[in-house]
Design a protein around this ligand. Sequence first.
Ligand code: 13P
Length: 248
Amino acid sequence: MRKMIIAGNWKMNKTVDEAINLINELKPLVATDAAEVVFCPPTIALMAAVEAAKGSNISIGAQNMYYEESGAYTGETAPNMLTSIGVKYVIIGHSERREYFGETNDTVNKKVHKAIEHGLIPIMCCGETLEQRKQDITIDFVNQQIKVGLLDVSKEDAKKVVVAYEPIWAIGTGVTASSEQAEEVCAAIRATLTEVYDTDTAEAIRIQYGGSVGAGNAAELFAMPNIDGGLVGGASLKADFGKVVNYK
Ligand code: 13P
């Protein structure tokens, strides 16, 4: 039985003080055993966020990391910098990283390997553009992202990975994929995972949906058989996130 996992991707929002305040405000609202709850604040606020979340059910995740151990990579964050302060998860290959910062399936794969090597749980993102959906190539495109992203990742390690399906046209637009559209792609992802690994592995991997998830649509989306939670942007920055986490 897969445990639901609901994560908030704060993107480039909140200073350190604001992050602490938001965690303190949300802490009582997201207290549940029914789902894993992850907050992903900006890098600069990670350390304070780990402190602020202590004693609660909230785990902290980073929004990105680099795939080298250390060295001349100006502006980047190494995996052991994250683990050394108590970060547990890391979002990898978000569509905004792919669109604005040149990330590819190949860099995603390198980061997934490196995160696992350091005991970080990757939240590996995938998702199609509106044009790709219109051309009816969504499933092929997303499956390719999954296959390359997980290339040479063992069965045992793959079970730890969380996949986030985020159609780009639904991100920050207020236009959510219908629960049927989201389920169709998440089921296709699980079929691909079965093909690449086996049923046991595919059934163990959690697949989140992301893209304009909010208090009003979480229950319907999260009730789908192949959707195991959400990666939430805008709605994770306010009290509404408590309703998303307690969607039932
Ligand atoms: P929104 O929930 O704001 O659409 O963002 C989704 C997202 O990109 C989460 O990673």
